[in-house]
Design a protein around this ligand. Structure first.
Ligand SMILES: [Mn+2]
Length: 438
């Protein structure tokens, strides 16, 4: 039996806006969070010890992370080298560089010849001899348009046609790999992809371009004992029959608020040919909490907000406070008191959202279907605007002038008037509004 730790979507160096600078280290606290979470995964791998670690891709937010982030990542994986645990690093979409062939942030591990490390940046099969026997791993990195297709192949095709062509070509290439597999050795497919029934999380927004979606049937093949995926940040098994399990371990830390409610962790796998056991192992990661409320009807909006905050344990959490209020309530909120109430949070943001106090009533007589002359339309509109009653006569007069004389004459007319604000600007606004209603 071979023991494996499967983790994915580390995204080290992302989410800095949710952290702050640690004055002792000078580092963003979210980098420190990600490093300590990754170190827990590596701790477990070494403590077991596992026979193999497989990483499902997306090491960093992009292919050119700053050196101190690369070093933080490398210093954790380095511990696996010291512990003599073979490791496969698969290339995800965030690891690929758009320039050059096969350039990826993880290729440095191959270039340096790091003992026991394999970089999965192409579709191929790796035979790995572990302490508890051999395992074969088919690596399938993130596919781009140019992976299996030329520009000529896809010219004039829609995105879904390109997706179909890629799926067809991939099916053939995977078949080629499958036929070369040794049927007596346990086998893993390690892939960074979007499968067609995966429940989405933040990765939807993180992806730079629209990626491909591959059918689950491409993955659930008898020859694979375990399908190890990366890309989707929410942990899930896509194959309820579990033959084989098709597992996204999810990201190890919350990348943003879209992952607020998700458990984060890694997967421990016990593998032999024809049989596999797996278990999701949650990690104690920093809490993200959205506190959202509508205080527009509250007499004391500030008290309502403070009460909502007090219902949550915000200590050391990343907090997002969203409250809806009316503009005339703004003076009832003392922001210093909200800041004080949130001060035990790790970091927080406050988002007041103004709601318009008067939803504009529909004017029933005015609709796109009935034709009405502009003066009648304006009359109807003014009849529905109590607040404009005082100036409605002047507005009608101005509108009449506006419609009956050319602009120059109208200006002359209004300039002779004693109330230029009304006759000079309001009619134009009123008519504009009226046109919108139509
Ligand atoms: Mn990804």
């Amino acid at each position: 039996m071979i023991k494996i730790l499967h983790l994915s979507d580390i995204h080290m160096g992302s989410g800095f806006t949710h952290g702050r600078i640690n004055p002792e280290t000078g580092l963003n606290t979210r980098l420190e969070d990600f490093v300590s979470t990754l170190s827990r995964c590596i701790d477990r791998a070494i403590a077991e010890p596992v026979d193999l670690v497989i990483f499902g891709g997306d090491a960093f937010p992009d292919a050119t992370p700053p050196p101190y982030v690369q070093e933080a990542f490398a210093s954790q994986f380095r511990r696996l080298v010291d512990a003599d645990i073979p490791t496969v690093l698969l290339v995800g979409n965030h690891d690929q560089h758009s320039q050059g062939q096969g350039g990826a942030s993880l290729c440095i591990y191959r270039t340096l010849g790091v003992p026991g490390f394999i970089v999965g940046d192409s579709l191929t099969t790796h035979f790995i001899q572990t302490r508890n026997g051999a395992v074969q791993i088919v690596t399938l990195p993130w596919l781009t348009r140019s992976t299996l297709m030329t520009r000529q192949d896809t010219e004039g095709m829609s995105m879904s046609e390109v997706n179909q062509l890629l799926t067809d070509k991939l099916r053939v290439v995977i078949e080629g790999e499958v036929r070369r597999l040794n049927p007596d050795i346990p086998t893993i497919l390690l892939a960074h992809l979007m499968a067609d029934n995966a429940t989405l999380g933040a990765e939807r927004y993180l992806a730079v371009g629209k990626g491909f979606t591959l059918p689950l049937s491409l993955l659930t093949r008898d020859c694979f004992d375990y399908v190890a995926l990366g890309h989707v940040h929410k942990h899930q098994n896509l194959n309820k029959q579990n033959n084989p399990p098709v597992i996204y371990p999810g990201s190890i830390e919350r990348v943003d608020f879209s992952e607020e409610k998700e458990d984060k962790g890694y997967v421990m796998v016990e593998l032999e040919r024809g049989h596999v056991d797996w278990e999701f192992c949650p990690l104690p990661v920093r809490t993200f909490r959205t506190i959202e409320l509508d205080v527009s009807k509250a007499e004391d909006p500030q008290a309502a907000i403070l009460k909502a905050i007090s219902k949550h344990n915000i200590e050391d959490a990343v907090i997002r406070l969203i409250y809806k209020l009316r503009s005339e309530q703004l003076d009832l909120i003392e922001s210093a008191i909200l800041h004080q109430a949130l001060s035990t949070a790790h970091t927080y943001t406050i988002h007041p959202e103004l709601i318009s106090q008067l939803a504009r009533p529909r004017v029933p007589e005015l609709s796109a279907s009935s034709s009405i002359d502009p003066m009648e339309a304006l009359k109807t509109y003014l009849n529905n605007r109590q607040d404009l009653q005082e100036i409605s006569a002047k507005m009608l007069e101005a509108a009449h002038n506006l419609l009956s004389v050319d602009a120059e004459n109208w200006l002359e007319v209004t300039e002779s008037d004693n109330s230029p604000q009304v006759s000079n600007s309001s009619p134009a606004i009123a008519i504009d509004t009226q046109l919108k209603l139509l």
